[in-house]
Write a protein that binds this ligand. Structure first.
Ligand code: SF4
Ligand code: SF4
Length: 92
């Protein structure tokens, strides 16, 4: 089994170009997108699988999907480390 964290995605919406045609909403296989006040937004971004159907089908290049940057490495034991403290300050 992979110990990689699940990928997450950012949805960049260019509201100026979005005409609220609903195409991306209809093509999204995971029902991530919705319309509000005539513009699309990511209503359930955590469900996104990064297939880019929305981006490919938008006739106005108004939506772009990007892989979110992974969290910074938290060290060998998974705990946050504060390198500003002297080592003895970290002892329990
Ligand atoms: S397909 Fe493009 S223009 Fe149509 S609602 Fe989606 S983002 Fe907006
Ligand atoms: S990338 Fe795929 S799953 Fe994610 S919002 Fe677009 S169509 Fe939906």
């Amino acid at each position: 089994m992979s110990d990689q964290p699940p990928k997450s995605y950012l949805h960049v919406i260019r509201e100026r170009y979005c005409k609220g045609c609903n195409i991306c909403v209809a093509f999204c296989p995971k029902k991530v997108l919705a319309l509000k006040s005539g513009k699309v937004f990511a209503e359930r971004p955590w469900l996104c699988i990064g297939c880019k159907m929305c981006e490919l089908r938008c006739p106005d290049y108004a939506i772009e999907v990007r892989a979110a940057e992974p969290e910074p490495d938290k060290g060998a034991n998974g705990a946050e480390q504060d390198y500003c403290l002297p080592p003895e300050a970290c002892d329990d």
